[in-house]
Design a protein. Structure first.
Length: 275
């Protein structure tokens, strides 16, 4: 059986037509632990965190959770959030080695997305497409590595509080936004870490900045996937502007699950595209 597995940073809960399972990261404070599974109420977590003034943090999925997701499969494609910001990728590899020790004939490929949310979605879609074309395990692995190089990730955030609190961006950069409607546009570096592209005020200016970036990266008409943290209207406005400029572009928008919501925070969007 062929199985596709990803951690919950991919923002999908299901993927019709393939055998797909997600493995949850977790979000914690000193008093609560949330598992980013199908049942998590993201809205409630965001409300709670907004009123909570002490430290909060996240953790990668347990090895056990990976093993459960792999169970029963003999060909597994697994996509993780960037190894540049999380131990999830190495955890998945530990699980892979353990699974292979018990199932020596199985094949597992763990893809380090060097990205998150929509970047992971694009990789999953490509994996599913390659498999539906009847490609062998080896062919899928080499094609997906090439495909990953074509992907770009952008994010527009209104607050970097949780990223800074957890040491994923510098406190100096974080303190420069989050007031007077100042937003940051960031991108994933080649190493899968956070790189600042620019700052601006207001949604309209941000949309212009995103378009500038797409143009300068040579984007023409590939796929774009967007996740949003309780700001569907803004995500729709971004999509509409992109469609008005790039003909034939294929855009899909989903709400972020817990992990991306925690870090991108309310009002944030993450956009992945093929260049
Ligand atoms: O292992 C863990 O506890 C998870 C840590 C994840 C840290 C960052 C997640 C970021 C999610 C924010 C903007 C996107 C940045 C992606 C750059 C590659 C969303």
């Amino acid at each position: 059986m062929v199985k596709f597995v990803a951690d919950s940073a991919c923002d999908l809960k299901e993927y019709p037509g393939i055998c797909f399972e997600t493995v949850p990261l977790s979000i914690s404070t000193n008093e609560r632990n949330y598992t980013d599974d199908e049942a998590l109420n993201v809205h409630e977590v965001l409300d709670y965190l907004e009123g909570y003034n002490d430290r909060s943090y996240t953790a990668s999925p347990s090895i056990d959770a990976w093993l459960k997701a792999f169970e029963g499969a003999d060909e597994i494609y697994c996509v993780t959030i960037t190894s540049g910001l999380s131990g999830t990728y190495s955890g998945a590899n530990v699980a892979k080695d353990m699974y292979l020790a018990d199932n020596p004939d199985a094949k597992i490929y763990v893809v380090d997305s060097l990205s998150t949310g929509p970047g992971m979605v694009l990789l999953l879609e490509k994996l599913a497409e390659l498999k539906s074309q009847g490609k062998s395990f080896e062919e899928v692995c080499s094609s997906i590595e090439k495909y990953r190089k074509r992907l770009k990730l952008y994010f527009s955030l209104s607050s970097l509080h949780n990223l800074a609190q957890n040491g994923r961006v510098s406190k100096i950069i974080a303190s420069a936004i989050g007031f007077m409607n100042i937003k940051i546009l960031g991108t994933a570096s080649k190493e899968g870490t956070i790189e600042q592209v620019g700052k601006c005020r207001g949604n309209n200016r941000m949309i212009e900045k995103i378009i500038e970036q797409l143009k300068s990266n040579g984007f023409t008409k590939g796929k774009i996937r967007i996740c949003h943290v309780e700001c569907l209207e803004f995500a729709n406005a971004v999509a509409e502007k992109i469609r008005s400029i790039f003909e034939g572009v294929d855009i899909k928008i989903v709400p972020a699950r817990g992990l991306c919501s925690y870090y991108a925070e309310r009002g944030g969007i993450i956009l992945g595209c093929e260049c």
